[in-house]
Design a binder for this molecule. Structure first.
Ligand code: HEC
Ligand code: HEC
Length: 205
């Protein structure tokens, strides 16, 4: 709508309309995001912890589209005790393939969260070793993920959300691909791994 008004103004009054204005206003991925996602994930995509809505800014398009399809087909958010998963599922079931592709592209362009540490956990000695032993095979040494294994980067999500997902894996509220190994880890080991991950550079650093 604003596009049409500004275009009309440009025609009538000769105001310049920059290519940037045009792209933002007409981008269908942005429009979906604004109308259907921003209430919980914010315009920046950094999320609202009080709603359990994670930071999704900068997640790669392939991973976002994978997850939206999983929510939509009840492969994620299936557990009756997974309230945040159910909340997100309700927003995914209405999306068609085209919309998923557009919104995935928009989310990928958002700047990843520079502040992922929200708790006081310490990056203790041995954290990196634990990570490399248990997680790097799929999420890679730098935790940037591996598209061919469908394993996401872990370098833009906040600590509270990473913990929540690992707890979901441990309690069968979410499938961890074919990887059952997270179930063996103690809470101290998990805290330790997460504290190491949130100090890593994000994709764009
Ligand atoms: C009513 C609030 C709400 C709205 C609206 C919403 N989400 Fe979510 N979203 C959540 C919550 C809560 C989670 C966390 C689910 C969990 O813990 O498993 C989530 C998780 C996600 C994830 C998974 C992130 C990851 O790292 O795996 C993606 C991707 C996502 N949302 C995208 C979207 C998109 C795209 C839209 C708009 C079409 C949207 N969300 C709308 C609340 C919302
Ligand atoms: C055998 C491969 C494999 C290994 C090893 C592995 N993961 Fe994953 N991980 C995956 C895949 C695949 C997904 C995506 C699951 C999905 O599609 O829902 C994932 C998802 C995750 C997520 C969810 C991210 C998000 O944005 O919601 C977290 C957190 C995670 N893994 C942490 C770990 C940690 C910590 C370790 C080591 C203790 C680990 N993973 C080891 C394959 C692996």
């Amino acid at each position: 709508m604003r596009l049409r008004i500004s275009t009309a103004l440009a025609i009538v009054c000769g105001f310049p309309v920059s290519a940037d204005d045009f792209q933002t206003e007409a981008d269908p991925g942005f429009e979906v995001f604004r109308d259907q996602c921003m209430a919980c994930h914010l315009e920046t995509g950094l999320g609202i912890q009080a709603m359990n809505a994670p930071s999704i800014a900068g997640l790669p398009r392939w991973y976002v589209t994978d997850q939206l399809r999983k929510f939509r087909s009840d492969q994620r958010g299936f557990h009756s005790a997974d309230a945040p998963g159910k909340l997100m599922q309700a927003n995914a079931v209405v999306l068609d393939e085209r919309t998923i592709a557009f919104v995935g592209r928009h989310i990928e362009t958002l700047d990843p969260n520079p502040r992922r540490k929200t708790t006081a956990t310490q990056n203790i000695k041995g954290s990196e070793m634990l990570y490399q032993r248990h997680c790097s095979q799929c999420h890679k040494e730098d935790a940037m993920g591996d598209r061919t294994l469908r394993a996401p980067p872990l370098t833009s999500q906040q600590d509270w959300y990473l913990l929540k997902q690992i707890e979901n894996f441990q309690t069968d509220k979410r499938d961890h691909g074919d990887y059952e190994g997270t179930k063996e880890l103690s809470r101290d080991e998990i805290d330790s791994i997460i504290s190491w991950i949130v100090d890593l550079p994000t994709r764009d650093d």
